[in-house]
Design a protein around this ligand. Structure first.
Ligand code: T5A
Length: 213
């Protein structure tokens, strides 16, 4: 692919939105065209799935299987219609969440076994993975408090704290196993978080410049 695919991951209130703004401006300053995506979402059909996934369904229980399948259906639409065509055209793509979210929330939080998830990952991704993942790490209680300050919580955000603790633990484990993932400590003061995000993207831009010359 000509463009690069950068995924930003983390629990609610981890500060992904601000990190994305910083990363986008740095990549543009380096002369690359950039688009941003969000998951679930990013195409008309995937946005409809997002609304479906986030809303409370009153008396109808949303099964973990339905939630899992919807996440991958949305991702399949986004990869085929937006992410891959842009990367092939040389545009860089910054993703607000990608597959690591499903592995952490559905695999870790919802405790869906890896052997159930792997076939879905394989069908949807076909080996496609981010060139760089920045995981914005936050303690669940702190992140949820920040998210609450932003407004009403959605269907997933009202889960028990233990759900987010399992999700965070899986994120940290996935990052440990992935040499293309970096952890940013967002429990620090904002200026320090921003400094670490800037440094990570600066290092990555330098690496890309080196390997392409
Ligand atoms: N999901 C998603 C799955 O379960 N499986 C999947 O496969 C996928 C793709 C998506 C939901 O779907 C789930 C995960 C989610 O529950 P969403 O609305 O996109 O829903 O949820 P989030 O991505 O979590 O959105 P948030 O807005 O909550 O998170 P952000 O973007 O990380 O938070 P941000 O940047 O808006 O910050 C929130 C507030 O905190 C402050 C900010 O100023 C802001 O007010 N803040 C800080 N304050 C102090 N110190 C810091 N270091 C701060 N950083 C941020």
């Amino acid at each position: 692919m000509l463009g690069k695919f950068i995924a930003i991951e983390g629990l609610e209130g981890a500060g992904k939105s601000t990190a994305i703004d910083i990363i986008k401006s740095k990549i543009e300053a380096a002369g690359h065209k950039v688009i941003c995506t969000r998951e679930p979402g990013g195409t008309p059909m995937a946005e409809a799935i997002r609304a479906c996934v986030k809303q409370p369904w009153q008396d109808e229980k949303v099964t973990v299987e339905a939630e899992l399948l919807l996440m991958y259906a949305a991702r399949a639409q986004l990869i085929a219609n937006v992410i891959k065509p842009n990367l092939e055209a040389g545009t860089w793509v910054i993703a607000d969440r990608h597959d690591m979210s499903s592995q952490a929330y559905q695999g870790g939080g919802r405790q869906i076994p890896t052997d159930v998830m792997e076939p879905l990952r394989s069908i949807t991704l076909k080996g496609f993975t981010p060139d760089l993942t920045l995981y914005m790490d936050v303690e669940p209680s702190v992140g949820l408090q920040r998210a609450r300050g932003r407004g009403e919580l959605d269907r997933i955000e009202i889960e028990d704290i233990s759900f987010f603790e399992r999700t965070r633990a899986r994120y940290l484990q996935l990052c440990q196993d992935n040499p293309k993932a970096k952890i940013i400590d967002t429990m620090q003061d904002m200026p320090l978080v921003h400094r670490d995000v800037e440094q990570s993207i600066k290092d990555y831009l330098q690496y890309v410049a080196q390997v392409t010359c």
